[in-house]
Design a protein around this ligand. Structure first.
Ligand code: ZN
Length: 312
C-alpha cells in the first residue's frame, strides 16, 4: 500500500508513523534520540530509525514509503532542508534532508516542529477549514506558525513565527535570545511554573498546580496567572495586528489548563483590540500527535507537488 514516513523528533524521544493515502496510521513506533551521546549520535539514530521504517513498509505493506516528512526542534531552514540550530540536541547546520534522502532514496521534507504541528492543527485539527490561522505552542518556550492556504510560512531563513521572542515587557526579564522582556519569559509553561514555584514557596510546584490554585481562588495564583495571561494577550494582539488570522489556535502544556486559560485570555485579547478583527481563539485539538501528523502531511505534499511538477 502506498504510504509515507512521518517522523517527529523531540529532545529526548522520536515518534514515527507510516501514513496511508487518506491519513490512516498504518504503523506507529518510538525511539530515544540518545542525545546524551552527542549531536552526531542523534543524527545517526534518526537515519537508522527512518531506514527501519522504510524496511517495515517494504516487508509488511507491500512497498517501501514513497516519501518522508521529518519535524525537528530549534531553527529549521525548510527550503534548504537544514536543521540550523537546536539547543536541546546540540545541533548546528545539519543538512538533515540530504542525509535522509541519500539514505532512503526517496524525497524528504524537513519541517520545524511547531510549524509542522501547526500545519496538522490547521488542516486536520482545531483550525480545520480555516484559510488563515496562527498556531501558538506554550511549552518550555513559545513558538508559533502562520498558516495560509494549507501551508505554514517559514520565512526567508526559517525564523518566521517566533512569537515567543516578541518583546512584551520592554526592559523586562533577560531572555537567552539576547533581548529583554520576551513573551516566553512570561507566558511559557516553564515561566509560569517558575513564577508560581517562587510565589507559593514550593520549588516543585508547576504551571498546572498554579491553574488548580487559580480555580480554588488563591489570590497569589490569580496574580501569577493574570500576569501570564496579560503578557500572552499582548503578544497575541501583535500577531493579530500583523497577520489578521481567522483562528488563533493555542496548544502546548499551558493550554491544558482549559477554560482557566481560555476564558480570561479571550477577554484580555478582546479588551486590547481596537480596529483589529477579533479571531476565534481555540485550544489545539491534536495534542502531542500534531508533530507526527504534520510530518505526514509534509511528506504527502511532497508527492502531490512532485506529481504536479512532472504532469504536463
Ligand atoms: Zn527572547
Amino acid at each position: 500500500m502506498r504510504h509515507v514516513i512521518a517522523l517527529d523528533v523531540g529532545g529526548t524521544g522520536m515518534k514515527a508513523a507510516l501514513v496511508g493515502p487518506d491519513g490512516e496510521l498504518l504503523h506507529q513506533d518510538r525511539r530515544a534520540t540518545g542525545r546524551d551521546r552527542g549531536p552526531d549520535a542523534v543524527v545517526a539514530a534518526i537515519l537508522e530509525f527512518a531506514a527501519e521504517l522504510h524496511g517495515y513498509g517494504e516487508r509488511h505493506l507491500g512497498e517501501p514509503a514513497s516519501a518522508a516528512g521529518v519535524a525537528v526542534p530549534g531553527i529549521v531552514d525548510e527550503s534548504a532542508g537544514i536543521a540550523v540550530y537546536a539547543a536541546n540536541l546540540g545541533w548546528r547546520d545539519i543538512p538533515l534532508r540530504a542525509l535522509l534522502s541519500d539514505r532512503l532514496g526517496i524525497p524528504v521534507a524537513l519541517g520545524h516542529d511547531v510549524r509542522t504541528g501547526g500545519l496538522a492543527e490547521g488542516r486536520l485539527g482545531a483550525g480545520r477549514g480555516a484559510d488563515r490561522f496562527f498556531f501558538v505552542a506554550l511549552g518550555t518556550g513559545i513558538a508559533g506558525g502562520f498558516g495560509l492556504d494549507g501551508r505554514v510560512e517559514s520565512g526567508a531563513h526559517g525564523f518566521a513565527g517566533e512569537i515567543g521572542h516578541v518583546v512584551v515587557r520592554p526592559q523586562g526579564a533577560p531572555c537567552p535570545c539576547g533581548q529583554r522582556g520576551c513573551l516566553e519569559r512570561y507566558a511559557s509553561a516553564a515561566a509560569v511554573s517558575e513564577a508560581w514555584a517562587k510565589a507559593c514557596g514550593d520549588p516543585d510546584a508547576d504551571a498546572a498546580d498554579c491553574a488548580k490554585a487559580v480555580t480554588s481562588g488563591d489570590p497569589n495564583a490569580v496574580r501569577v496567572w493574570g500576569e501570564a495571561v496579560a503578557a500572552l494577550a499582548d503578544g497575541l494582539v501583535t500577531a493579530v495586528t500583523l497577520l489578521d488570522p481567522r483562528v488563533l489556535i493555542i496548544g502546548g502544556g499551558l493550554a491544558e489548563a482549559g477554560s482557566v486559560l481560555f476564558q480570561p485570555l479571550r477577554e484580555a485579547v478582546e479588551s486590547r483590540v481596537t480596529f483589529q478583527k477579533l479571531p476565534t481563539i481555540v485550544p489545539a485539538a491534536l495534542g502531542d500527535t500534531a508533530g507526527c501528523l504534520g510530518a505526514g502531511l509534509l511528506a504527502q505534499d511532497l508527492l502531490t507537488t512532485t506529481t504536479a511538477e512532472v504532469t504536463p
